[in-house]
Each structure stands twice: as structure tokens, then as C-alpha cells.
Design a protein around this ligand. Structure first.
Ligand code: BGC
Length: 306
């Protein structure tokens, strides 16, 4: 058994997960990043303590972080969507909990879960793209998780696609994340509505990405254009990554993967139209077996895979 935490932009999800990747117990609290680091730290401590009391066994704790870590895995160097820089999270948690805590990038945790128990189980080379508040990436080449020279490899959400109408939280303009995340979908639709485009979305207060997908499926012109825009950029990104490392499979995870085949079919079509050798080296593109829970499952099993 392990305790796995997925620290997301909107929610902190925690679970007790067994060594087959099955979640035994699960808890969730809102991420109150607007209240600062100390509040999120406290919420993490409370959640982990609660989970620890629920499991009689000795358990390790793994946490998927929505950003990059120092090479020793102790410090959160940067989390664009929590507005954190250089936070000594491992030490802060361990001194409150008296438990060992391992930290890893959230999408890398998801990549590990899918490779160990899910969609990429029998594959040597796989890439995951997690689509949520941000866009995360995880890469496995020849059965090895790729961290890079500085531990910041696979930050696919910050690959620059082209100029966009708003800046990314990382400070750059044009990041994939500003075209292909839940945040990007909402911002794009809001901008079009502000400019007068007609859409059923206008009737919904605080619409979210799920509403946009629902209306896109029902044929709303704006919602459909927003989804097509998102999948176009994802197709470009997947084709680029594919040309670079030629993996057997790409997995689509994160909250938006809940849109299922509707999303997947569009991504596959876009990728095929942009790949240099589509007949020869078209990768499989699949939905994450564990959907938005992959990060938590991978985090709980970290000590066994990295
Ligand atoms: C961060 C990544 C993270 C992703 C998903 C991005 O903004 O840079 O490290 O994996 O969001 O949370």
C-alpha cells in the first residue's frame, strides 16, 4: 500500500493505493492556492494524516506536483499554476508528518501509473499528455522515465506553438498550455463571447471545460470551434514529439480526457495530418486507463519505479 497525492490546480486528491494500482480509499479537498503556500501545505498535511490513519500498514507517501522540482526532488522550483517558486516542500512535509515523502512531477506520476498498470503497460516507449488546469507531459524511453539533465524534461505544456492572445502563467507567450488546457478552452470561449459571438455558453454562468465539450458534441458552433482549436494544437504537438522520439504510444490523461472518444478521434486525425511519416510511424493514441486518477496512482507507487 502507498499513499498517493495529486496536487492539482483546482483540487488535491489523495488515495491509498495498493501495489496493483487499485485505489482503496480516496479523499479530495480544494486547492486553496490563492491563500498561499502555508495554506496548501497545511491542507496537504491534514489530508496525508487522515489517509495515514486509515491504513494500518507502513506506507510511503508520494506526491505529484504540477511543476518542476530540483534535481534532488526536494524543492519545488516552479509551479506556474500555483504561483510557487523555490518551496522546500519535502522538508516542510516531513517535519510535520514524520514520514518519508517523495515528490515527482504530476504528469510523470501519471505516466508511471499508465506504464505500470494501464494503457502503456506492454510498451517500451510512451508519452503521456495530461490536459487539465495546465498541460503536463511524461516520457518513458526504453522503459526509463526521462528526467533530463536538470530534471525538467517533458515540460510539453510549455513548448511554444505560436503567438497567443494571452500569456502563460510561466511568463512566456505561445505555450501549448495556453491552447490545449481546460483554462485555454474557457479563456478562448470567453474572449469570443466578449467579442459578440453567439453561443449557448452565453446562458451559463461560470461555464467550465465540461460544459464546452458537452455543447461542442451538441453542435454549438463556438464550443465546437474551441474544441477543434484545442485538438489542432495537440495534434501539432504530438506530431512534433513523435518526429523527435518516435514512441509507440501517446496517452491522453488529465480531466479533459473525460471527453473520451470525441476528443480522441479529433486528436488522432490532427496528428495523422501533421506527421512526417504517418503511414510508417503513426503512434497509437489512447485515453489514459486511469483518467484523472493516474497521477495519484503513480505517486503512491513512486518508490517502486524510480
Ligand atoms: C507545469 C507542469 C505540470 C502541468 C500539469 C504545467 O504548467 O509546468 O510541470 O505537469 O502544468 O499540472
Amino acid at each position: 500500500m502507498g499513499i498517493g497525492i495529486d496536487l492539482g490546480g483546482t483540487a488535491i486528491k489523495g488515495g491509498i493505493v495498493d501495489y496493483q494500482g487499485t485505489i482503496q480509499k480516496e479523499r479530495m479537498v480544494k486547492t486553496q492556492s490563492q491563500l498561499g503556500y502555508a495554506q496548501v501545505l497545511n491542507d496537504l498535511v491534514v489530508l496525508i494524516k487522515e489517509l495515514h490513519q486509515l491504513t494500518p500498514e507502513e506506507t510511503g507517501v508520494g506526491i505529484g506536483i504540477p511543476g518542476i522540482l530540483s534535481a534532488d526532488g526536494a524543492t519545488v522550483v516552479s509551479c506556474p499554476n500555483l504561483n510557487w517558486k523555490n518551496r522546500p516542500l519535502k522538508q516542510d512535509l516531513e517535519s510535520c508528518l514524520s514520514l518519508e515523502v517523495l515528490l515527482v512531477n504530476d504528469a510523470t506520476a501519471a505516466c508511471i501509473a499508465e506504464a505500470a498498470f494501464g494503457s502503456t503497460r506492454d510498451k517500451k516507449n510512451s508519452v503521456i499528455l495530461t490536459l487539465g488546469t495546465g498541460v503536463g507531459g511524461g516520457v518513458i524511453i526504453n522503459e526509463h522515465v526521462i528526467f533530463g539533465a536538470h530534471g525538467v524534461a517533458s515540460e510539453v505544456g510549455h513548448m511554444i506553438m505560436e503567438e497567443n492572445f494571452y500569456d502563460c502563467n510561466c511568463g512566456k507567450n505561445g505555450c501549448l498550455e495556453t491552447f490545449a488546457s481546460a483554462t485555454a478552452l474557457i479563456r478562448y470561449c470567453q474572449k469570443q463571447l466578449d467579442e459578440g459571438t453567439e453561443s449557448v455558453l452565453r446562458t451559463i454562468k461560470n461555464f467550465d471545460a465540461r460544459d464546452i465539450f458537452e455543447f461542442a458534441k451538441a453542435g454549438d458552433v463556438l464550443a465546437l470551434a474551441a474544441v477543434n482549436r484545442l485538438t489542432r494544437y495537440l495534434g501539432w504537438a504530438i506530431a512534433n514529439i513523435s518526429d523527435l522520439i518516435d514512441p509507440e504510444v501517446f496517452t491522453i490523461g488529465g480531466g479533459l480526457s473525460g471527453a473520451g472518444e470525441f476528443l480522441l478521434e479529433k486528436i488522432i486525425a490532427e496528428t495523422r495530418s501533421r506527421l512526417t511519416y504517418p503511414q510508417y510511424a503513426m503512434p497509437e493514441i489512447v485515453l489514459a486507463t486511469f483518467g484523472n486518477e493516474a497521477g495519484m496512482i503513480g505517486a503512491a507507487n513512486l518508490s517502486r519505479f524510480i
